[in-house]
Ligand binder design. Sequence first.
Ligand SMILES: *Cc1c(COP(=O)(O)O)cnc(C)c1O
Length: 401
Amino acid sequence: MVGDTPALEARYHMQMFRRMPVTLVRGEGTRVWDDQGRSYLDFVAGIAADSLGHAHPGLAEVIAQQARTLLHVSNVFYSEPQAELARLLVEHSALDQVFFVNSGAEANEGAIKLARKWGINQRDGAYEIIATNNGFHGRTLATVAATGTPRYREPFGPQLPGFVFVDYGDLEALKQATTDRTCAVLLETLQGEGGVNEPPEDYLREVRAWCDERGILLMLDEVQTGCGRTGPLWGYQVAGIEPDIMTLAKGLGGGVPIGAVLAKEHCCVFEPGDHGSTFGGNPLATAAALYVMRQLTEGGVLESAQARGEHLRQRLAGLEDRSPAVAGQRGQGLMRAVVLHHDIAAEVASRALQEGLILNAVRPNAIRLIPPLTVTDGEIDQATDILERVIAEVHASSSAS
Ligand SMILES: *Cc1c(COP(=O)(O)O)cnc(C)c1O
């Protein structure tokens, strides 16, 4: 059926994604192959989900082994890999307890419910959450209500009330927005989908201090920044703070769908019956995530990813001097963006694809690089060489026309 997939998709799948014009059929490490046998360097990695790269033999073995043993039992029963993963996440973070879901949006849904229950009981009925413009928290109705991008929520009728928005990085606005109704602040440590936007120096520390002063919760959405993506295991470590609630997904399962909500003991206010999930934390997903997290914490992947992140930063340093189309770079660890002077990111990504490099135009003027954490320096060199060449070509053809 080589080559038929786009036609099948057009006929049978709802038209809700703008897809790159390739059908990927296989992968190995940082490399993927399409149905025509062409290979690509994958610097999108399933949107930061394929943390150990593609077809990692150890992860594949754990998944196969778990599938032969016990795939799913529901949360009506205790589960060994679920309890082990809970222990590992708590022992390696500043949080005290965890529950599991299946995606980033679901993790944020759970976190929003947790913060609201906490506020209603511990803070006199407070239920409002302060979130940020250009933040991204998912596509369910509550998480689009928490997402500061109006076009993601406006087509869907009345909004879930209880969210207010301020500019990311604007501490004064956040202070002004805080009232007796506020129960929590919801932030990314580095805005991902919003364009790999770094907060100003000290912002997260100041928000933490403000939340403490006002007795409200700091919820960090680490769905993209967590699990080694920005350098340390958690994005909050870059800022030297601790959240009250943290959500995870993307990189946690190495490509297997799983999300998690972690919280400090004082806000673990759910009781049996308050929340739940049939698949959340099932043996397959938690066995996979346990393997990924052990590779990070004991297998040297975290240290290697830190060194590769620094190598990527150095390779992109000074690009604005070599290329007149480039304004600079931003990001942390292996979550970086090249910022362009003009809105040519989509064209750069599509030309890069033709040259065998998968990139993502995260903004009209910004190209995001989020390779597997197992990427090598050689692959980073190849990718940045292609990127630099493609930017020069697109720039030349757009200034000629
Ligand atoms: C991707 C993302 C989400 C949504 O995760 P899904 O698994 O797509 O539901 C939420 N928050 C952040 C910061 C993300 O990057």
